[in-house]
Design a protein around this ligand. Structure first.
Ligand code: PGA
Length: 254
């Protein structure tokens, strides 16, 4: 299959950066980047920035995403936000299972799966993150870890929903460290994820799924990473906070 038939998506993950007022201004810089792009462009912003980001992105091609959700629709879950709440606001994407959430907020493959299912049910598009720790790579179990994370996350997900899911391969050792996976490493593991989807569903589903790489992707290395057959976009942390850098990465997807 031709990689160009898959949707390329460049998504920024702002993490816990930018105030609502800063978001209002910054999204105005991102909107023209999205309008001139050959790919889909998403900004995943803190909950409190969503409303301003949506307002600033209105009328442009820039899509707005959240960085987390709770799997229950409503109820006694102090401090949490549901998929329906995000959908009602006009949010389109949501990052699920980011390694920082797994590491600092005790998310497991099981809760990640519940979140994926609830996001899809509400009509949100999950950006599902998987990836191995440095120790796991050194032990030679990268494939096993990533395969298991992907399989558990997709329990109960119908084949028809796959078109709404992006999978982001993010080796934990490459996130925010300045250490990028080589383009061959990224391609290899994105290919492993594609194989898992083929096993769970079928080859067409696997070939049609957008699989991003994330982890210190920047203006300098994006083109090489994005040129790889299995790499259909990027999830960008640090480099998404400067519009000039983010714009170069979006351009690299052409
Ligand atoms: P980074 O973060 O680009 O700053 O490494 C990527 C991510 O965590 O999604």
């Amino acid at each position: 299959m031709n990689k160009n038939l898959r949707k390329t998506v460049i998504a920024g993950n702002w993490k816990m950066n930018k105030t609502p007022s800063e978001a209002l201004e910054f999204v105005k810089e991102l909107a023209p980047i999205a309008d001139n792009a050959d790919c889909d462009v998403v900004a995943c912003v803190p909950y409190v920035c969503l409303q301003n980001a949506l307002a600033s992105a209105a009328g442009s091609k820039l899509k707005i995403g959240a960085q987390n959700l709770h799997w229950e629709a409503k109820g006694a879950y102090t401090g949490e936000i549901s998929a329906d709440m995000l959908k009602d606001l006009g949010v389109e994407y949501v990052i699920i299972g980011h390694s920082e959430r797994r590491q600092y907020f005790a998310e497991t493959d099981v809760t990640v799966n519940k979140k994926v299912v609830s996001a899809l049910a509400a009509g949100l598009k999950p950006i599902l993150c998987v990836g191995e720790l440095l120790a796991e790579r050194e032990q030679g179990i990268t494939a096993e870890i990533v395969r298991m994370q992907t399989k558990v996350a997709l329990i109960g997900v119908e084949k028809e929903s796959l078109k709404d899911i992006i999978i982001a391969y993010e080796p934990v050792w490459a996130i925010g460290t300045g250490k990028t996976a080589t383009s061959d490493q990224a391609d290899e593991v994105c290919g492993i994820i594609r194989d898992v989807i083929a096993e769970l569903y079928d080859k067409d589903a696997a070939e049609g799924t957008t699989i991003q790489y994330g982890g210190s992707m920047n203006a300098g290395n994006a083109k090489e990473l994005l040129s790889k057959y299995h790499v259909d976009g990027g999830l960008i942390g640090g480099a998404s906070l400067k519009s000039a850098d983010f714009g170069i990465i979006v351009d690299a997807a052409k």
